[in-house]
Ligand binder design. Structure first.
Ligand SMILES: Cc1ncc(C[n+]2csc(CCOP(=O)(O)OP(=O)(O)O)c2C)c(N)n1
Length: 315
């Protein structure tokens, strides 16, 4: 595995602790009744978004899912606008009308978070087809949860991507659960990498709690996609440290299992590499920044009546 420079390692760490602090703040907003609708937190899965997006070039695109704040931040989204959208305020990302699961940031190469399980799969595949037809060198990363392993759209999309050698990397974030159900109880055909192999797509299981391992795997897949080698399929094993959504008491989870995964916290792992003092300094800066940005986001106005028909098209 290629070593990262100390600066890059620190940058990865900063983004991971920023995501964790962002999600803690979202939880507080939600509990205070300020974030309407459901929110699904990404805490625990930070190594996947950060390691994967760290392999991208600026023109590359991502498609995210319902647990997508981490992807938006790792792709370089604006945190004040993210908070504002989640709070239903007039953000640049959706005028507060979509919230957490409808963050759309095309200028930054983000095809959006998505409330439809598997909804990002055709978007990323389409973006890869578009890049190929236009002769561009950009690639698409497609993030989705393990619940998508049983969605037909994944197989239709992977088939097309394989036949046309599209520049797309399919990244399954296997956090072990789909809502309140253990994935192994409802999913046949282990190891799940066989789903990609069925289409002749190079498929690999990755430690999703290790940002360096994710980065190495996605970098190799991205390089292959960019050079015309076609798609890849990665299963990143990870864990969500929260309920399915804020408000889920997680009674279906075993405490021993939780402790096991907490000991593997992806943030602790990279903190050890950085050293305690450097890690503590970066954490303090990142947490202060998130707090300040959250304060600014709360000052963004609510949508006005004039916004009601914005972006609405009649045939
Ligand atoms: C097409 C579709 N079916 C069902 C749902 C309801 N639903 C929302 S999240 C979810 C579980 C998704 O699990 P997974 O993909 O593993 O992601 P995770 O929540 O574990 O990150 C389901 C079934 C939905 N939003 N869309």
């Amino acid at each position: 595995m290629a070593e990262l420079s100390p600066d890059r390692l620190a940058e990865f760490y900063r983004t991971m602790v920023t995501i964790r602090a962002f999600e803690d703040q979202v939880r507080q907003f939600h509990r205070a009744g300020l974030a309407p609708g459901l929110v699904h937190l990404y805490s625990g899965q930070e190594a996947v978004a950060v390691g994967a997006c760290g392999a991208l070039q600026p023109a590359d695109v991502i498609a995210s899912h319902h647990r997508g704040h981490g992807h938006c931040i790792a792709k370089g989204g604006k945190m004040d606008q993210l908070f504002a959208e989640i709070l239903g305020r007039a953000s640049e990302y959706g005028l507060g009308r979509g919230g957490s699961m409808h963050i759309y940031d095309p200028a930054n190469g983000n095809l959006g978070t998505n409330g439809i399980v598997g909804g990002g799969v055709p978007l990323a595949t389409g973006a890869a087809l578009s890049a190929k037809l236009k002769g561009e060198s950009s690639i698409a990363l497609c993030f989705f949860g393990d619940g998508v392993l049983n969605q037909g759209i994944l197989f239709e999309a992977m088939n097309m991507a394989a036949v046309w050698a599209l520049p797309v990397v399919y990244i399954c974030e296997n956090n072990g659960y789909g809502e309140f159900t253990e994935i192994d109880d409802v999913t046949a055909g282990r190891p799940y990498t066989r789903r990609g192999e069925a289409f002749g797509i190079p498929s690999e299981k990755v430690d999703g709690m290790d940002v360096l391992e994710v980065h190495a795997a996605v970098s190799a897949a991205a390089e292959m996609a960019r050079s015309g080698g076609g798609p890849s399929f990665l299963i990143c094993d990870t864990y969500r440290y929260t309920g399915h959504h804020v408000g889920d008491a997680e009674e279906y989870k075993d405490d021993a299992e939780r402790q096991l995964w907490l000991a593997r916290d992806p943030i602790l792992k990279i903190a050890e590499m950085l050293g305690a003092d450097d890690a503590a300094a970066i954490t303090a800066e990142a947490e202060a920044e998130v707090k300040a940005v959250a304060g600014r986001a709360k000052a963004i106005p609510m949508p006005s009546a004039n916004h009601a028909e914005a972006d609405v098209y009649a045939g």
